[in-house]
Design a protein around this ligand. Structure first.
Ligand code: AMP
Length: 368
């Protein structure tokens, strides 16, 4: 089909014809980690430049981007200059403080920060999911010893005590196997949730992209295996049990995206149980369990996120191979990563970080 080019170049300037952001425009990315790095690589392919804003000087996203502002999230002057220099702004890190984002004019921020606000607080997130008809693990708000005792009595043990905010990759979580074990716990201020331990058969995620016009595409749902609270592997096809739960999980993810008027890639993690999918958590951003889409799908989550926030049509999310497996390279795994290339089915991605125990250093995707 012959389609009119969406843009024309007039006297060296790109002029917008359709709704999309013209090539050469600058995408501001809040956060400087590997997700930003992979977003910037996808953006470059589509002719965009990226500008990273992050408080840490050693940003692996900045290494592959045109501009870098290294400043505190609350540095109003630096944020204002970043906003002026960006045509559209997105985030790659879900703990970006929401208050400074109020300085970004409506329309420049790709998506309303309410998605961040909800995802930053496990309690708000679970309540939001329940309102939409989803089913999280049984949970209780915990601010004191008495709350925890009451929660253990109501929900039962074993369970998991999690910080409401800032926990990720299994950090900020304690498993409680008996009431006796809880006795020595010191609950510092800041708020927790107690969750009943879900007896799941497998874990999976729903990864979707929603365009500015409300267009939605889902990738096939991978089965995810966590070790020590960190994602170890994602693979397709998932277990039979998961395949039967994907439709209900997608419905919830679609409702979440609709309720937030979300734009970009959104991921929801689930436990597959004999009673159907139990919601674990959501990420209003590209997600580790979607890294396999770079080679394993016709359009990657990174490219579709960039397309969505720039107002371009979304790409096909179909699988490129019947079997796909993504494995995270953690800590020292990165030191011998090049050995993986002896298998021609492997596709290696290293994030350029200094090796540290437990740190996500890269991933390898194997097709077939
Ligand atoms: P989270 O950071 O909350 O996603 O937790 C990381 C991993 O810990 C999950 O992917 C599960 O493998 C496990 N986990 C967390 N919460 C629960 C729960 N309520 N029941 C069983 N396993 C859990």
């Amino acid at each position: 089909m012959d389609r009119a080019a969406p843009f024309t170049i007039i006297r060296g300037e790109t002029k917008r014809q359709g709704e999309g952001l013209p090539p050469g425009a600058t995408i501001g990315i809040l956060g400087g980690g590997q997700l930003g790095r992979m977003l910037a690589i996808a953006a470059a392919q589509l002719g965009y430049k990226c500008h990273i804003y992050a408080p840490e000087a050693d940003s692996v996203a900045a290494e592959v981007s045109a501009q870098f502002t290294c400043a505190d999230w609350h540095d109003a002057e630096a944020m204002a200059a970043f906003v002026r220099a960006s045509d559209v702004i997105t985030w790659e890190f879900e703990n970006v403080p929401v208050a400074p984002l109020a300085a970004i004019p409506a329309g420049k921020l790709a998506c309303d920060p309410s998605a961040l606000e909800i995802a930053q607080d496990r309690l708000a997130e679970k309540r939001f999911i329940e309102e939409l008809g989803g089913r999280p693990a049984p949970f209780a708000e915990i601010d004191s010893r008495e709350d925890l005792d009451a929660a253990m009595a109501r929900i039962g043990v074993p369970g998991i005590l999690k910080t409401r905010r800032e926990g990720y990759d299994g950090k900020g979580q304690i498993r409680i196997s008996s009431e006796h074990e809880a006795e020595g716990l010191h609950l510092s201020a800041g708020g927790f949730v107690y969750e009943g331990l879900v007896r799941f058969e497998a874990e999976f995620s729903v990864i979707m992209a929603r365009g500015r016009n409300g267009e939605v595409r889902f990738w096939d749902s991978p089965e995810n295996v966590h070790e020590h609270g960190i994602l170890a592997r994602s693979f397709l096809p998932p277990a039979e049990r998961i395949a039967g739960e994907v439709a209900a999980a997608r419905r919830l993810a679609g409702d979440v995206a609709e309720a937030l008027d979300y734009v970009g890639v959104l991921a929801l993690e689930f436990f597959a149980t004999s009673d159907g999918p139990v919601f674990n958590e959501m990420a209003p951003r590209v997600h580790n369990s979607g890294h396999w889409t770079i080679e394993g799908a016709l359009t990657s989550q990174f490219e579709n996120h960039i397309r969505a926030i720039c107002g371009l049509p979304l790409g096909d999310t179909a699988l490129t191979s019947e079997k796909v497996e993504m494995r995270n390279l953690i800590g020292n795994d990165a030191l011998t990563a090049h050995e993986l290339l002896s298998d021609p089915r492997n596709h290696l991605h290293l994030y350029g970080k200094d090796v540290r125990d437990g740190r996500k250093m890269g991933h390898v995707t194997r097709l077939g």
